[in-house]
Design a protein around this ligand. Structure first.
Ligand code: CIR
Length: 284
């Protein structure tokens, strides 16, 4: 089992883990998450899928279960009020990239989401005295950024452009991180990089078939997600658990078989608005 250790100056600490083969690895330990309540105009947000209109009572119910799951994983939540000016603002992950060393504020690629960063800036700065930010003309959504220990995969997508990713790479390099760009623009059904790939610790990626053989992923253990379970590729490691959307038995079984501890959550109403599990929180 793990031995937690931390440094007061850091917001994120590490857990030393070993598996049944006694391989030792480090896992980021989160203590907090920032969440934003969905507003009654949630269904007016952007979507590219045709899964119907979200039912607001279910949206609230699923959001509450998500919050509860994070608490069960040991996190303290800062829950922000709904922001009626920005129907997509419950997808807080797109507004920032939080590292062990600082917070980098994003500049979302969709015009309707531009004001979301200003609305969350004060909250992030209350936890992270040092912040950097992506500036015009660059654009980056946090959903395109996949952290894998000290390396970051940066998704070039419909929302995140080359200029924004270049700025982000510099900020990350200044903090001692490496990064590489993954172009997801040609991959069908992918809004963001993390719609198709998640890093779950232990040098393991959960990745859709269409991206599983990407050369940048070759040196990782890969859990390949079949096409019919693609939505579940967006899953999140939170301390000892892996949060996974409910209704994807193959991936859930694969995770369990490899010694991970899945915790399933109903995400149907967020999926209708192109939202994955990771985008509902900023974890640190
Ligand atoms: C959007 O299109 O921006 C929102 N409706 C969904 C954003 C989901 N964000 C994410 O997966 N990181």
């Amino acid at each position: 089992m793990g031995i937690p250790f931390g440094r007061e100056a850091r917001r994120i600490s590490l857990l030393v883990m070993s598996d049944i083969n006694f391989r030792v690895y480090l896992v980021l330990i989160f203590h907090h998450a920032i969440i934003r309540a969905p507003g009654p105009n949630f269904a007016e947000g952007l979507t590219s899928v045709h899964l119907g209109v979200p039912r607001f009572d279910l949206v609230l119910q699923q959001h509450e279960s998500y919050c509860q799951a994070l608490r069960e994983c040991g996190l303290t939540l800062t829950v922000l009020d709904a922001d009626l000016n920005h129907p997509d603002s419950t997808f807080v992950e797109d507004t920032a990239v939080l590292t062990e060393r600082s917070a980098i504020l994003m500049r979302p690629g969709a015009l309707s989401r531009a004001g979301e960063v200003a609305a969350i800036r004060g909250t992030i700065q209350s936890f992270f005295p040092t912040t950097q930010e992506i500036v015009a003309p660059g654009a980056v959504d946090g959903g395109d950024i996949c952290e894998a220990d000290s390396h970051f995969f940066l998704g070039l997508s419909q929302r995140s452009d080359a200029e924004g990713l270049k700025q982000l790479a510099v900020h990350l390099a200044n903090q001692g991180y490496t990064s590489s760009v993954v172009d997801v623009r040609g991959i069908a059904g992918i809004l963001h990089l993390k719609s198709g790939v998640s890093y779950i610790g232990d040098h393991t990626l959960v990745v859709i078939e269409d991206m599983a053989d990407h050369e940048l992923f070759r040196n990782y253990n890969r859990i390949r997600v079949p096409v019919e379970e693609s939505y579940a590729a967006n899953c999140v490691r939170v301390n000892q658990r892996i949060l996974v959307p409910a209704g994807y038995p193959y991936l859930t079984a694969q995770l369990a078989a490899r010694g991970f501890h899945p915790l399933t959550l109903d995400m149907s109403e967020f999926q209708k608005m192109d939202g994955g599990l990771s985008c509902l929180s900023l974890r640190f």
